[in-house]
Ligand binder design. Structure first.
Ligand code: ZN
Ligand code: ZN
Length: 262
């Protein structure tokens, strides 16, 4: 499997308003864990309305990049540091999002999907939060409909963006049954992988999944499917505190070994 265990591609900072610790502390932890390549990947969203902001303030973006670039320089002998962004796709704010990633030199760009607007409820639902998940969505959509819509929205996102990788593909399984037995869902997922391959987009294996479902996002079955499309993978801890940098890497190694021998 084309995968580096010395690289953590997904780490947050206090700028997203729901993570803690100094950026430098994340770097110390990464060095301590033997990580050779470390990416900050802060949340960027546009046009989402929630009671609490869970992404960077526009005015914080240059400050975030400045701190990151200083750390990159300071620690360059010890570790490679990258200053990226977790770009949250919103089909209603494509031009605003495009403008932001053109304006700032984010590297890498990880694309994800966290929120869905429900017109009947006139509000945004956080699909990937366990704590703030709004089950009212089930009044209007079934699990399979949400999943299909989620994958199809990611496919649409790739008409506008060419990120370096797609983040935590099935993180909605925290709240929604991600049913691969559904032929339409399987077909859409395969179409997404085909498009990712054409555009040379990697797939993140997000290890925070272990804390919610006991499996990474995506799980072995989806990883296997992605492999059949010859996709490349990157590992991410999705740390929201310095302690979480490189979290669950060992667990993932064992998980893959177990799956292979079973
Ligand atoms: Zn987050
Ligand atoms: Zn995310």
């Amino acid at each position: 499997m084309n995968l580096s265990f010395k690289k953590d591609c997904h780490n947050h900072t206090k700028f997203c308003n729901h993570a803690s610790g100094k950026m430098e502390e994340y770097v110390f932890k990464a060095i301590k864990k033997g990580i050779k390549s470390f990416c900050f990947l802060e949340h960027l969203e546009s046009g989402i309305n929630l009671s609490k902001r869970l992404w960077m303030n526009e005015e914080d973006i240059p400050i975030y990049l400045n701190i990151c670039n200083n750390l990159k320089e300071k620690f360059k002998e010890k570790i490679e540091i990258k200053c990226g962004v977790e770009l949250g796709f919103n089909p209603f704010a494509v031009s605003e999002l495009m403008k932001k990633i053109e304006e700032y030199p984010f590297d890498p760009i990880g694309l994800s999907l966290h929120y869905k607007y429900i017109p009947q409820l006139k509000r945004w639902i956080n699909l990937v939060s366990v704590k703030n998940f709004d089950t009212d969505i089930f009044k209007f959509m079934t699990d399979d409909e949400i999943t299909l819509d989620y994958i199809n929205t990611l496919i649409t996102a790739l008409d506008f963006f060419t990120p370096d990788f797609i983040c935590h593909l099935n993180a909605i399984s925290k709240n929604i049954k991600f049913n691969l037995e559904n032929k339409e869902i399987e077909k859409s997922l395969k179409f997404l992988f085909k498009k990712m391959k054409q555009k040379n987009i990697d797939l993140e294996i997000n290890l925070s999944g272990f804390d919610y479902t006991g499996e990474p996002f995506p799980n072995y079955k989806i990883i296997k499917m992605a492999k059949s499309f010859d996709l490349k993978f990157v590992l991410g801890s999705d740390s929201h505190s310095p302690e979480e940098v490189g979290k669950n890497f060992e667990k993932f190694k064992k998980y893959m070994e177990n799956k292979k021998t079973n």
